[in-house]
Design a protein around this ligand. Structure first.
Ligand code: HEC
Ligand SMILES: [Cu+2]
Length: 366
């Protein structure tokens, strides 16, 4: 059976855990707005007719401004709408908070927006373009970034919509509740073919999803690919596993607090790792020298996601990648790229900070 999203619908399917609550709030707002619109329209016409100018009618005396009746009326028409709109506020805020906090047990999937397509990468290695396959009844967390301009990942049937920003990671989560195919839109005008930046989200049964994953790309998992990037780029020359190198140990780093040389500390999340690699001078870990070369321009956004996934897997001994030592032997030292350091020099200069190539463009060391 080939599933296709419905071509025209007045109201999108309700296919995620958020759909009922968002629809409930939407319905409440429609009812409140409709009630007051009709009431005001009715009163305008009613009063216009009732108090129209009639020949010979007496001019009425002005109402007493300080009458108790008038005061009660004014308080009522202030307090009742206030309460009705505070309900909107509280209800909306509670949905927003829920949508902004992915549960810990979520299945992680990475999304990269690019003019004009969506690239999706599953942890197990499967990759897709303008399609996203997810299992039903499982919390799904998307970690998203953009290669160029601002996009916005929008699945109406899930009632979720999140901006996708260049140079930053944003997350979106949902729990699909209905098997089917649903529209995926870019909801941020991003250029001439913005309207073509669409795709399909397939919600599958768990068995179908496992089958789909199994016929994946044949490449390694994201963490494995991240590990080989880590080796290719020479990260392991400095970041050795036992923590005795000239660079901090990356084991168990993700989710911890990193103490910086300026006395502050920062939580290690995707954005911090990205910044540490592309702009190492921006935040220096306390107790270490400014020797890490910048990898800006050498790693694609997708490569970055793999490196992050690798570093995350280091923190989790039971995680995707089995414990393996990243070789830090001189034989493994990079001969090209930013780590083109002759191995003799490399070993001799360990603590001095001179081992970093001079051509890296990060300015003066120290
Ligand atoms: C020339 C040695 C060297 C290389 C090569 C190197 N790093 Fe670093 N790295 C360091 C040093 C020293 C620090 C600590 C000082 C700082 O924050 O810049 C660091 C800090 C970091 C941090 C922050 C760690 C923390 O505890 O907060 C991350 C993440 C990181 N590096 C990842 C990488 C990755 C990924 C690569 C490969 C693409 C890499 N590094 C290559 C030396 C290096
Ligand atoms: Cu877009």
């Amino acid at each position: 059976m080939i599933l296709e999203p419905k071509s025209f619908q007045l109201f999108p399917d309700s296919a995620s855990n958020f759909a009922p609550s968002v629809d409930g709030l939407y319905g409440y707002m429609v009812v409140v707005s409709a009630f007051f619109s009709l009431l005001v329209a009715f009163l305008i016409i009613f009063f216009a007719v009732k108090y129209r100018k009639r020949a010979g009618a007496p001019i009425p005396t002005p109402a007493d401004e300080h009458s108790i009746g008038g005061m009660i009326l004014e308080i009522a028409w202030s307090v009742i709408p206030l309460v009705l709109s505070l309900v909107m506020f509280a209800w909306g805020a509670s949905i927003m908070f829920e949508e902004s906090r992915p549960p810990k047990d979520s299945l992680s999937i990475y999304v990269t927006g690019k003019r004009w397509m969506w690239k999706v990468q599953h942890l197990e290695g499967a990759r897709e373009i303008n399609e996203l396959h997810v299992p039903i009844n499982r919390n799904i967390k998307l970690t998203m970034t953009s290669e160029d301009v601002i996009h916005d990942f929008y699945v109406p049937a899930f009632r979720t919509k999140t901006d996708v920003l260049p140079g930053r990671y944003t997350t979106e989560w949902f729990r699909p509740t209905k098997i089917g195919a649903y529209h995926l839109f870019c909801a941020e005008y991003c250029g001439t073919k913005h309207s073509g930046m669409v795709g399909t989200v397939y919600v599958m049964s768990v068995e179908d999803y496992d089958k789909w994953l199994a016929q994946g790309s044949g490449e390694g998992s994201m963490a494995e690919e991240g590990e080989s990037l880590f080796r290719q780029l020479g990260c392991g020359n400095c970041h050795v596993k036992d923590g005795h190198g000239r660079a901090p140990n990356l084991q168990g780093l993700y989710g911890m607090k990193a103490d910086l040389s300026d006395g502050t500390s920062v939580r290690v999340d995707e954005s911090y790792i990205r910044e540490s690699v592309l702009y190492p001078q921006a935040k220096i870990v306390a107790g270490y020298d400014r020797i890490m070369p910048t990898f800006h321009g050498l790693i694609t956004d997708e490569g970055m996601l793999k490196l992050i996934e690798y570093i995350k897997s280091l923190g989790n001994p039971s995680g995707v990648v089995p414990e393996r030592t990243v070789p830090a032997e001189p034989s493994d030292i990079q001969k090209t790229g930013p780590m083109a350091v002759p191995s003799s020099e490399f070993r001799g200069q360990a603590a001095s900070g001179k081992a970093a190539p001079a051509s890296q463009g990060t300015g003066k060391q120290q």
